[in-house]
Design a protein around this ligand. Structure first.
Ligand code: FE
Length: 228
C-alpha cells in the first residue's frame, strides 16, 4: 500500500492542493447527491417517520457539531497545561472538567476519555471500524481519519503513520493505539512544548493542533508557530 495519509505538516500541501475551484464555477451544489448523501437522507426520513426523533432534533445535533472545532479542544488543553488541578480533573472527570469551561456534553453522548501523552507513553487515536471521534468537542473529523488507509495502518504501523505527519516518536517512547467506539471517544492531551513557560492560555492554544489532539503529531513549538 502506498497511500500517504499525513500532509507532513507542509502548509503548501494542506487543503486543496492541485485542485482549482475555478474549474467548476458554481461549486458542487447542483451535483447529484452521492450514495452516502442519499442513504443519510433515507435514514433521516425513516427516523422521523418512525417517531424516533424530529427534524428539529436532527438539525439541533448537526448545528451543535458544526459549531465545534479544534479551537474548542485547544482551549481545554491550554487550560490543562496551565493549571495542574484542572488537568487532573480533566483526566479523572472529563465531563465535569469540560462543563467548567462551558462545554456541556449532551445527554446520551458517548463517554469521553482524556489521555495524556508523556515522554514515556504516546497515545494515538483511531476508529478502526468507521469514524468515531469526539465531535461534541472537536467538530467533524478530518477526511483522512475516515480513510481505510488510516484506519488500517494506524494499528499496524502507528510510528510509520506519524512519520507521514512529520512526527518521529522516539524509540524509547511506548506507542499505544486507542480504538474509538460508538460508546467511547478519546481526546489526547498533547505534551506541552519546551520554551512555553510564561505563555498565556490564549498563546498556548495557538500551538495546539487538531492532529495533536488525535495523537498523530505533537503540539507546535513556539518557533514553528511564529514561523508560519
Ligand atoms: Fe466509528
Amino acid at each position: 500500500m502506498t497511500s500517504n495519509i499525513g500532509n507532513g505538516n507542509d502548509p503548501s500541501q494542506a487543503g486543496h492542493s492541485g485542485h482549482d475551484h475555478a474549474e467548476h464555477p458554481g461549486m458542487a451544489h447542483d451535483e447529484e447527491a452521492g450514495y452516502y448523501a442519499v442513504r443519510a437522507r433515507a435514514m433521516e426520513s425513516l427516523l422521523v417517520e418512525k417517531g424516533i426523533c424530529s427534524p428539529n432534533e436532527i438539525q439541533t445535533m448537526v448545528d451543535r457539531i458544526e459549531a465545534r472545532s479544534p479551537a474548542d479542544g485547544a482551549k481545554v488543553v491550554a487550560r490543562a497545561w496551565s493549571d495542574p488541578a484542572y488537568k487532573s480533573r480533566l483526566l479523572n472527570d472529563p465531563d465535569g472538567a469540560l462543563a467548567d469551561l462551558g462545554y456541556r456534553m449532551p445527554e446520551n453522548s458517548p463517554k469521553l476519555d482524556v489521555v495524556e501523552n508523556t515522554e514515556s507513553i504516546h497515545y494515538l487515536v483511531v476508529c478502526t471500524l468507521c469514524s468515531c471521534y469526539p465531535r461534541n468537542l472537536l467538530g467533524r473529523p478530518p477526511d483522512w481519519y475516515k480513510s481505510l488507509a488510516y484506519r488500517s495502518r494506524a494499528v499496524v504501523d502507528p510510528r510509520g503513520v506519524m512519520r507521514e505527519f512529520g512526527f518521529q516518536v522516539p524509540d524509547s517512547t511506548e506507542v499505544r493505539v486507542l480504538d474509538s467506539t460508538a460508546d467511547l471517544r478519546y481526546l489526547v492531551l498533547p505534551r506541552r512544548p519546551d520554551g512555553t513557560e510564561g505563555m498565556s492560555e490564549e498563546q498556548l492554544a495557538e500551538l495546539i493542533t487538531r492532529d495533536s489532539m488525535i495523537g498523530v503529531s505533537e503540539a507546535r513549538s513556539p518557533q514553528t508557530a511564529t514561523a508560519s
